[in-house]
Every structure is written in structure tokens, then in C-alpha cells.
Write a protein that binds this ligand. Structure first.
Ligand code: GLU
Length: 491
């Protein structure tokens, strides 16, 4: 049997380093065994999924050096590779489950479900569907479905224990009573992740499902669906989650998580990939610097380690330094540098901002240097301007929270966010923006703020705000609590 693995990102944001990490391990497993690695786009969440995000994920994985054999951009014998283009297949299979009595239509209103949950919460019970519609006869259900809004849920045993076989962990026992009667098809007729994921893994002949451990709790539902369909289940392998240095789950609130950020900071793709490999894997000779080919050659599921891997930018920087120094002559480094610094796509929008203020080419460098720098040593007086330090800190932190919540990263959306914040805080927009202006550029004269943030991207912008806060002395737990309170008063 040919090994076939996949990575299945949801295109709902910036390309995450965690996606590259999962992709890397799946790639290595497939290639080690002469198999195939597939990229599938899981865009069942129609509200949050965007084509722009999909494009960024594909190009970021490409930049990392990971290649797939089949995918939405490449096609292949098991396509289409975008779930939004496979609706019929899911409908057909939901109908099969209804026909075999393994699923049922649920006509409960949001209101009823809300009340149900509130009661369960109050009583301290497991919060999940209570089976209200499970007893409706097939005929009545079919009749009501013609006129009434409904979802389709899977039946789940209420008693006993489900045993999941995870390659790394052995048997994992989960009580059925803690597994919800999952919605498989939403009221708009589209599938949820669970149905689409199982159907696709089956029809795409996936042999190993290697994904993050946050999916373990979904595994009973998936296993049951395989049983209901009478299909063989792929081998499950749940990789440990990447963590912040404080051991919490890697999150953009604490650390940059976008691959684009690491690219922009001047990390080399081969170093990033190597570092992601180190997260849950060691070479037999324990050498920390290894190429993708070496990782493939030596790959063995039994060498995967589960200890909470910390994604530490300092260690990554150290490894990146080794790649720069050990693998490059000055001439080679020149090529890398030009490729990084002078790619048209990145630089043209920057030049557009600077054009009007330029008379000689030599004027350009100081105007735009902040787009090519990493972090700054800020002049603290410039950072605070006329503000008290505490106020500057407050403005920066409030703005940071707004930026963290922003979904569409473009200059207009950023401007709206700051405008509404300044109104809510009852401070002049100009005053609110000043510390951000310096935080982004390290200077008081620079490119227009909202366009600058748009080009720098969410992770780089947020990292600079965080850095400015730190250099101003940071916010201790107490201060942060106080600010949180004040902030939540107006959102
Ligand atoms: N779409 C899921 C994700 O975003 C895939 C999970 C899986 O691999 O089953 O992580």
C-alpha cells in the first residue's frame, strides 16, 4: 500500500508556522516511503475562508520549500482539492447516514439550544446536544425537512468508552458521554469540518492522518463515521502543539506566528524548515542542523517526540545564523540578500509611499529603511512625545488589542479601527497615533501610518507595538489587569 499523507489547512488567516510544521512531518513520512503528499484546502467555513488566505498559504509553503504532489493549484486524480468544490459528495454521504439511521435531522431552534446549554451549564453537566430530535420518525423527518430549517447530526452512543489508536500514544480512551452529537451538515446544506474531513481522507486514499494534538478530541467522532460508512480508518498520529516560551499554545498574541513575518525578518526558509523539524524530531546522530533531504532519509515515526516543543525565536535566530555563516560565500549571500530585499512585489508599494518625498535616490534609504529592519532601539522621548509614559503605554496596548482582533488587514480597515478607538477613548486621533508612528518606523518622519502597517503585515506590526511597550518599561500583571478593565468598558 502506498503511503499517502496530507496537510489540510483552513484558509482563514495568515499562513501559520504550525501549518508548515504539520506539512513538513507529513511530507517527510510520505517521501520516506516513496509515497505522496497532498495539500487540501478545508474551506467549509464560508464566512471566514478567503481565496487571498489560500493563496498566501500556498505561496508561504512553497517559500519554505515544501512541495505537494496533488493540490488545488496542481490538480491530481483525487480532485477537486478544495472542499467548497466537493459539496455533492458530502450531501450524498450525509444522505447515506440518514438512510442507515446513523444520523438524524435536528429541527431545534437556536433559542431552544441556547436554553438547553444554559440549563446544562447551571447543573454542571456535559454541554452537548440532548437528543431532543433523535426519536422523530424517518417519514416525519423527511416531511418536515421540506419546509423547516434543520441540521443533520450524527448519532453517538451515550455510554461506554471509545478507544482511539494513536500511533504515538497508543490507545487513548475517551468516554462516549463526553462526545457531542456533532452537526455534520449545517442548515445551509454545507458540511462541517468533521464530515468533509472523513469523506475526503477516505476518497483521497489517505493512509496516515498526521495533525496537531488539538484534534484528538474529535477523533471519536471521526472513528465512528468510518465505522458507519464501513471504511477503514487511516492511522492517526497526533503531533504535539507548538508552544510559546511560557509553554502556552503558540499564539499570535504572544509571538509572531505568520510565516510571512519570519520571511520578512530575514530568516532563510531552509533554517525555518530545519527548526520546525527540530520541534518534534531528532536526527539519529543528534545533529541539530539538517536539510530536508536528510530529514526525509532518516525519518521514522518512532523518532517523533511528544514533549511540548517550544518555538523559540532566539534558538531559531541562532540556527539561522549557522545557515548564513556556514553555507554562504559573500557572493552567495549577496544573491540571497537581493532576492530578499529587492523583490518587486514587496518593494513597489513601499516606493509608491516614498516617491513624492524623493529628490535623489539617496533620499530613499532613510525614508524606507524601516521596511527592511527588524526591531529598533527606540528613542523613548520620541515614542512618548508629549504623552505621559503611562498614557503612551495605554494607547499602544489598546491599539494592539484592536489590531489583534482585526480580520481584514488593509489600510482602510486599520484606519477605521484607530478612528473608532480614538472616539471610544475620547482622545484626538492624532494624539493616539503618534506613539504608533514611532513604533512602526523608529523615527518621527516616515511613511503614512496606515499604509505602513498594511505593508508590514499583522505580525510585524504587532511585534513592533509589543517591542515599543517593552522598551517603555512594559506592563506588569497589575497594570495590564487595570487596562483590560478599562478597555472592556468600551471594547
Ligand atoms: N482543517 C483542519 C485544520 O485547520 C485540519 C485538521 C486535520 O488535519 O484533520 O487544522
Amino acid at each position: 500500500m502506498k503511503v499517502r499523507t496530507r496537510v489540510a489547512p483552513s484558509p482563514t488567516g495568515d499562513p501559520h508556522v504550525g501549518t508548515a510544521y504539520i506539512a513538513l512531518f507529513n511530507y517527510c513520512l510520505a517521501k520516506k516511503h516513496g509515497g505522496e503528499f497532498i495539500l487540501r484546502i478545508e474551506d467549509t467555513d464560508q464566512v471566514r475562508s478567503t481565496r487571498a488566505s489560500e493563496d498566501m498559504i500556498l505561496s508561504a509553503l512553497n517559500w519554505c520549500g515544501i512541495e505537494w504532489d496533488e493540490g488545488p493549484d496542481k490538480g491530481g486524480p483525487h480532485g477537486p482539492y478544495r472542499q467548497s468544490e466537493r459539496s455533492e459528495l458530502y450531501q450524498e454521504h450525509a444522505q447515506k447516514l440518514l438512510d442507515s439511521g446513523h444520523a438524524f435531522r435536528c429541527f431545534c431552534t437556536q433559542e431552544r439550544l441556547g436554553e438547553m446549554r444554559a440549563k446544562q451549564r447551571e447543573a454542571g453537566e456535559f454541554q452537548g446536544y440532548d437528543g431532543h430530535c433523535i426519536g422523530i420518525s424517518a417519514d416525519e423527518s423527511a416531511e418536515r425537512a421540506k419546509t423547516e430549517e434543520h441540521v443533520i447530526r450524527m448519532k453517538v452512543p451515550r455510554e461506554g468508552t471509545c478507544v482511539i489508536d494513536d500511533h504515538f500514544r497508543g490507545d487513548i480512551e475517551i468516554e462516549w458521554a463526553t462526545v457531542d452529537m456533532q452537526v455534520l451538515v449545517k442548515s445551509d446544506g454545507l458540511p462541517t469540518y468533521h464530515l468533509a474531513n472523513v469523506v475526503d481522507d477516505h476518497f483521497m486514499d489517505i493512509t496516515h492522518v498526521m495533525r496537531g494534538e488539538e484534534w484528538i478530541s474529535s477523533a471519536p467522532k471521526h472513528q465512528l463515521l468510518y465505522e458507519y460508512f464501513g471504511w477503514e480508518m487511516p492511522q492517526l498520529c497526533h503531533l504535539p502543539l507548538l508552544r510559546n516560551p511560557d509553554k502556552s499554545k503558540l499564539s499570535k498574541r504572544k509571538n509572531p506566528t505568520s510565516i510571512l513575518y519570519y520571511e520578512r525578518m530575514g530568516f532563510l526558509p531552509e533554517a525555518l524548515l530545519n527548526y520546525l523539524g527540530m520541534m518534534a524530531w531528532t536526527m539519529p546522530n543528534e545533529e541539530e542542523k539538517f536539510t530536508l533531504e536528510e530529514m526525509v532519509e532518516n525519518f521514522d515515526l518512532d523518532r517523533v517526540s511528544l514533549g511540548g516543543p517550544v518555538f523559540d525565536t532566539e534558538k531559531l535566530t541562532w540556527l539561522n545564523g549557522r545557515y548564513i555563516r556556514e553555507d554562504h560565500t559573500p557572493a552567495q549571500l549577496f544573491d540571497r540578500l537581493t532576492e530578499w530585499k529587492f523583490n518587486r512585489e514587496y518593494v513597489e508599494p513601499i516606493l509608491e509611499m516614498a516617491l513624492k518625498r524623493t529628490e535623489r535616490l539617496s533620499d530613499l534609504e532613510p525614508l524606507v529603511s524601516h521596511f527592511f529592519n527588524g526591531h529598533f532601539e527606540y528613542d523613548l522621548e520620541e515614542l512618548t512625545g508629549k504623552l505621559e509614559t503611562d498614557d503612551a503605554l495605554k494607547y499602544l496596548q489598546f491599539g494592539l488589542w484592536r489590531l489583534e482582533a482585526l480580520r481584514d488587514w488593509n489600510s482602510e480597515a486599520i484606519m477605521d479601527e484607530f478612528k473608532s478607538l480614538s472616539e471610544a477613548m475620547d482622545v484626538k486621533l492624532r494624539d493616539l497615533l503618534k506613539p504608533f508612528f514611532v513604533a512602526m518606523s523608529g523615527k518621527t518622519v516616515s511613511t503614512p501610518l496606515f499604509d505602513t502597517l498594511a505593508v508590514l503585515g499583522p505580525d510585524m506590526s504587532r511585534a513592533r507595538v509589543r517591542e515599543a511597550i517593552n522598551q517603555l518599561g512594559g506592563l506588569g500583571k497589575k497594570k495590564l489587569k487595570k487596562l483590560e478593565k478599562e478597555y472592556s468598558a468600551f471594547g
